[in-house]
Design a protein around this ligand. Structure first.
Ligand SMILES: *Cc1c(COP(=O)(O)O)cnc(C)c1O
Length: 368
């Protein structure tokens, strides 16, 4: 691997392939794989990831918002794309770019039928979501009759899938709750399919659902974090490889003496003699202020260098007092060895937040 010469996020497509194949190996041949590439492919690069996964044989893609789907279409992604959180103001765009909306309440269902009718569409693919315990998006069981009666009055749309989302699939202490969600979903699906008269695909599992609830894979699974290399447990992490490495360099080294301070608001005041390194990465790049003041750290020469003082917008300063290094040397923020999950834990957050927060200012490099 070439040494970093500036701040870069390296994306290892071989690792992506390995994770994809590992997750696929958990599924029956007939179970479809929906790749979740929302939020710039969890902070990596949605277009590059989707293109690669399309070649590897992912069946479906999902994004959170319509504009993310538009970017994929413009880049030539032809597979079906589910929009997990469509908003009525974007229905025209959704239809124009052949994106498939999740319809999750009466308002979006009615408004989407109206948009599809206005565009004189027939059998436009939509997905109906039921809330089984997350209490985020989704119809309730009591809405079944309403949905079916709306659907029977139109041929503008057709239900491609029925789905739900698990609230705690990674937490084995919540096994009973999760199993209840799965049972409610089954019951809802059964009633719905009987009333509708045809059988849409069913899906409920995210990554941890795939790994922990093989009995609930149904017709399709939706994986995000697992493809990017995190399995939400030490056991599962052994089989996955984080695809993104965040690297930077040392811009400047200072020696500071007792009583001097480092950074804004003099948050670090020296009690002795220290060597500090200034790095070209800050909170505008996704290293939030919560990593400052000794919580977060970077790796220089295989040694941990804690962040000193407050994180600045464009820079951080780290303690290199006991590290043999010089200006221009490579610095690892996270990689497949010292993972984003480790760094995230140092500031009491999770890998999802750290990786999706790496801003677009950071250059992406792809390793084939
Ligand atoms: C983000 C998301 C997923 C992917 O979850 P992971 O834990 O990253 O695998 C699946 N389904 C829905 C509805 C989501 O919002």
């Amino acid at each position: 691997m070439p040494k970093a010469q500036e701040t870069v996020l390296e994306i290892d497509l071989k690792a992506l392939k390995q994770n994809f194949e590992h997750l696929k190996s958990k599924l029956n041949k007939s179970t479809k794989f929906l790749a979740v590439v929302k939020a710039f492919g969890y902070g990596s690069d949605a277009v590059e990831i989707a293109n690669y996964l399309q070649k590897l044989g992912a069946d479906y893609f999902a994004v959170a918002y319509a504009n993310e789907g538009v970017e994929l279409r413009k880049a030539g992604i032809t597979s079906p794309i589910l929009v997990l959180h469509p908003i009525p103001a974007n229905f025209k765009t959704i239809i124009e770019y052949c994106l498939e909306p999740n319809l999750y309440n009466a308002k979006v269902l009615k408004e989407f039928i109206a948009s599809a009718t206005q565009e004189k569409l027939n059998d436009y693919p939509v997905h109906i979501k039921f809330n089984t315990g997350l209490n985020r998006l989704g119809f309730g069981e009591n809405d079944l009759n309403f949905i079916v009666s709306e659907l029977k009055q139109t041929n503008a749309i057709t239900v491609t899938s029925l789905f739900s989302h698990l609230a705690a699939s990674e937490d084995l202490n919540e096994k009973e709750f999760t199993k209840n969600q799965i049972e409610s979903f089954k019951a809802i699906a059964k009633t719905f399919i009987n009333a509708l008269g045809y059988k849409p695909m069913l899906h409920i599992c995210n990554t941890s659902g795939i790994l922990n609830y093989p009995e609930a894979h149904f017709d399709m699974v939706r994986s995000g974090i697992g493809m990017y290399g995190f399995g939400n447990s030490d056991k599962e992490n052994k089989h996955l490889v984080p695809i993104a490495s965040l690297k930077t360099i040392i811009s400047q080294i200072h020696t500071i003496e007792k009583g001097e301070s480092v950074g804004y608001n003099r948050a670090f005041v020296s009690d002795g003699s220290y060597k500090t390194a200034t790095l070209p990465i800050g909170h505008a790049d996704g290293i939030g202020r919560q990593y400052g003041n000794g919580k977060g750290f970077v790796i220089i020469n295989e040694t941990r260098a804690p962040i000193m003082g407050n994180v600045c917008m464009d820079m951080i300063m780290v303690n290199i007092t006991n590290i043999d290094c010089k200006e221009g040397d490579e610095v690892i923020i996270f990689n497949s060895g010292l993972t984003a999950e480790h760094l995230a834990q140092s500031a009491n957050t999770i890998s999802y937040e750290l990786i999706t927060g790496i801003s677009q200012r950071v250059k992406r490099i792809f390793l084939q």
